[in-house]
Design a protein around this ligand. Structure first.
Ligand code: NAP
Length: 255
């Protein structure tokens, strides 16, 4: 058996989780960490094939996972995934809205298409998946919703007007849904990663990565596991009294 990746041990035995954007980067680390701690995980990516690598990694250590392909921003497709998960595992306890894209550029050059694409995936995707899961969670009087925002949504970032708007939007959404469903024992929180080493940041090139590192008090870029461990805590019973919060996981960037 391969070495455990999550540095926390929580008991998620019997829990059912959906993780969007689970094929790579942060979402893959989250899916594996939830499964290592006992959850059954629906791994969602743009295609079933791309989610399959994570599912295989989970099955290798004896965990339970299924792959689903969908465009998170398309209502029918998102609802279809949630319905399939309910048909297979009868409930959804944990939803991690992690799928996200960037289409960077300064505002004057930003096209309508680049604006709409980022809103569609990052913000609408979070909305439609959350709406699809909320009734099943209400029926069970249990839910953990964790939305992946960004430090760009807290402080802004030049070249990312579209992306920052979605990540700030995710925070407003989190706070509101947290207030609406706290009585039903559903918690809704956001994690705001700083600069994390994934495909999303690799495209920026060495020069920008070196510059970014200078703004990180911890003097290192983050690892997907840094985010996954924060999500794991929020998904656990230990976090039952935490809702409507944004937790930056950024090596001190926003300190
Ligand atoms: P990544 O490596 O680029 O992976 C993105 C994931 O999202 C992939 O699994 C991708 O699936 C999936 N995805 C993209 N568009 C989708 C769509 N329309 N429908 C379904 N799935 C879709 O990204 P990452 O760096 O791990 O980022 C994960 C989350 O963290 C994002 O929300 C991002 O904004 C946020 N974040 C990242 C950083 C960072 O420094 N990396 C910092 C702050 C916040 P495919 O593999 O099928 O394409």
């Amino acid at each position: 058996m391969s070495e455990k990746q999550s540095r926390l041990s929580v008991d998620l035995t019997g829990r059912v989780a959906i993780v969007t954007g689970a094929s790579r980067g942060i979402g893959r680390a989250i899916a594996i960490s939830l499964a290592e701690n006992g959850a059954k995980v629906a791994c969602v990516a743009t295609s079933e094939k791309s989610a399959m690598g994570t599912v295989e990694a989970i099955r290798e250590f004896g965990g339970e996972a299924e792959a689903f392909g969908c465009n998170v921003g398309i209502t029918e497709q998102a609802q279809g995934v949630v319905e399939a998960v309910l048909a297979k595992w009868e409930k959804v306890d944990i939803l991690v809205n992690n799928a996200g894209i960037t289409r960077d550029g300064l505002l004057a050059q930003m096209t309508d298409e680049n604006w709409d694409d980022v809103i569609q995936t990052n913000l609408r995707g979070t909305f439609v998946f959350t709406r699809a899961c909320i009734m099943p969670m209400m029926q069970k009087r249990y839910g953990r919703i964790i939305n992946i925002s960004s430090v760009s949504g807290l402080g802004g970032n030049p070249g990312q007007a579209n992306y920052s708007a979605t990540k700030a939007g995710v925070i407003g959404f989190t706070n509101t849904v947290a207030r609406e469903y706290a009585k039903r024992k559903i918690t809704v929180n956001a994690v705001a990663p700083g600069f994390i080493a994934t495909d999303m940041t690799a495209v920026l090139g060495d020069m920008i990565i070196t510059e970014a590192k200078k703004r990180i008090p911890a003097n290192r870029v983050g690892d997907p596991q840094d985010i996954a461990d924060a999500v794991l805590f929020l998904a656990s019973d230990a976090a039952s009294y935490i809702t409507g919060q944004v937790i930056p996981v950024d090596g001190g960037m926003t300190a």
